[in-house]
Design a protein around this ligand. Structure first.
Ligand SMILES: *Cc1c(COP(=O)(O)O)cnc(C)c1O
Length: 490
């Protein structure tokens, strides 16, 4: 399968790329992204044939339909990463939480958030490709808390890859920070920035755009790549669990094969929801994809009104920080799929230039045939956390945002699959507050409190973080990032 560009081709690069080329250098013409030129059709026969397939078999067979140019040994090694999840037999458990609402738990990987679902296999593939080409890559990442740990964990000690990861000092949870600063491997550099996540991300973008920095990397024979969800190498793994979750409902007897469901996705950069969109296009029986947001509800407005408008918005800090995003990158891939490259370029260039765009009536209708959307503020989110807990289910604040979409967006009495994107251990102060009203300044107190209230224990690998040595203690001003990264690469 070949990959094409969402904003069309500028004739300085080839109009089609292989999968491997698209993931090694994910920057496309005019600032666009790579997308598959066609999607495979899986349909009911594929689902029927995989009714009882385990996760790895399903993943292998979905990837085979994409005909990616990755050798089978590398693919197998990539999929073997799911053996590091809690239950290698079933890395993504799906549990019934209330009547018609099922939760698909995407956080059972090593860093306890859904980023592992794609980054675990992706790390193997990128490193293998780099070795086969005898090239060295620098992965630059900026994180608000979940991408960083997952990126470090997947590339740790992998040949031909170095990672520099920027995080806002004081802007993540204790657990998230400890997951990064205790990562000990010669190919990893973790850099705390004085400032917030926007500062870290802006610094990263400046570095990526800097000619001088690129020249100095070239001197060292180092290529630059990205591991964020604009990289299709992540998206490809984010379609599989939607299909798996559907088949889980079939296996549990909750639905008949062929029966439609709602997929309810807590969304930020829209990678997870995009995976759902592709799964639906490939023939998964989905009634609608419900896009859940927090108060940074720009996607709610887009899907309900057709207007994407950042002009009167400032980013709001919420208790679901992984969804605190205004410029949601992957929506561009949906625009391309629905309206083609010309229109996508027009809309995205207007967004870059004027900070807004508006779909016309016909376009909005097409979008609404696939998506519905709602948002949830922090107080409401805490009420959902509490009421789920009262019926025996402990969930994180990102997952909680899905419950308002579940209440307001459905027009048919079909089952809903809510995606749970983080374990309770990663956002414990918010959850402790929801359960007991207390305000803990430190994760360790909140973790202990939740464990007591829920009559459970703090998972060993989370508890261990608090006793591990801090080996990554660099915290600097953003002006000094380039120098710091270059000295790490020496
Ligand atoms: C990254 C993340 C999200 C948002 O996912 P997108 O694919 O960017 O929409 C939601 N919840 C958690 C916990 C995350 O880490």
């Amino acid at each position: 399968m070949q990959f094409i560009e969402t904003r069309g081709n500028d004739s300085s690069r080839s109009p089609e790329k292989t999968f491997s080329a698209a993931i090694l250098s994910p920057m496309a013409s005019f600032g666009g992204l790579y997308v598959p030129n066609t999607l495979p059709h899986l349909g009911i026969a594929f689902l029927e044939a995989h009714r009882d397939a385990d996760y790895r078999t399903l993943a292998r067979d979905v990837l085979a339909e994409f005909e990616v140019d990755i050798d089978p040994t590398s693919l197998e090694e990539a999929l073997a990463q799911y053996d590091n999840f809690d239950d290698p037999e079933n890395p993504v458990p799906v549990v019934r939480v209330q009547d018609d609402l099922y939760v698909s738990e995407l956080y059972h990987g090593p860093t306890r958030a859904f980023k592992d679902m794609a980054l675990q296999p992706f790390g193997v593939i990128l490193s293998r490709l780099a070795q086969q080409r005898d090239e060295n890559y620098l992965i630059l990442a900026a994180t608000s808390g979940d991408t960083g740990p997952a990126t470090l964990e997947t590339f740790k000690n992998r040949p031909n890859i170095q990672v520099a990861c920027l995080y806002p000092d004081g802007g993540t949870s204790d657990v998230q920070r400890l997951q990064m600063v205790t990562e000990d491997a010669p190919n990893l550099k973790v850099i705390g920035i004085h400032g917030n996540f926007d500062d870290a991300q802006l610094a990263l973008k400046r570095l990526l755009g800097s000619e001088g920095f690129r020249a100095r990397l070239q001197d060292r024979h180092i290529h630059l790549s990205a591991a964020n969800s604009v990289n299709f190498g992540r998206i490809i793994f984010q379609q599989i669990y939607h299909i798996h979750s559907y088949l889980e409902l079939v296996r549990q007897g909750a639905i008949e094969l062929g029966e439609k469901v709602y997929l309810d996705v807590p969304s930020g950069n829209f990678g997870n929801a995009l995976g759902a969109y592709y799964a639906m296009k490939m023939g998964l029986p989905v009634e609608k994809i419900l896009v859940a947001s927090n108060r940074n509800n720009i996607l709610t407005s887009l899907i309900n009104t057709g207007a994407y408008d950042m002009r009167d918005r400032n980013l709001i800090s919420t208790t679901s920080p992984a969804m605190d995003i205004l410029k949601s990158s992957n929506i561009e891939r949906v625009l391309h799929d629905l309206f083609g490259p010309g229109r996508t370029r027009e809309l995205m260039e207007q967004l870059d230039r004027e900070n807004h765009y508006r779909l016309d009536e016909d376009e909005l209708q097409q979008l609404q045939q696939v998506f519905a959307a709602d948002y949830c503020d922090d107080e409401q989110g805490k009420r959902y956390i509490r009421s789920a807990f009262e019926s025996g289910y402990l969930m994180d604040p990102h997952t909680a945002t899905c419950f308002s979409a579940h209440e307001s967006c459905r027009t048919k009495p079909l089952k809903t699959i809510v995606y749970s994107t983080a374990e309770w251990t990663k956002f414990s102060p918010t959850i402790a507050n929801a359960l007991t009203g207390e305000n803990d300044a430190h994760d360790i107190d909140a973790l202990a409190s939740i464990a007591k209230t829920a009559n459970t224990h703090i998972p060993a690998r989370i508890k261990a973080l608090f006793d591990m040595p801090v080996v990554q203690d660099t915290v600097i001003d953003k002006e000094d990032i380039e120098r710091e990264v270059l000295s790490f690469l020496k």
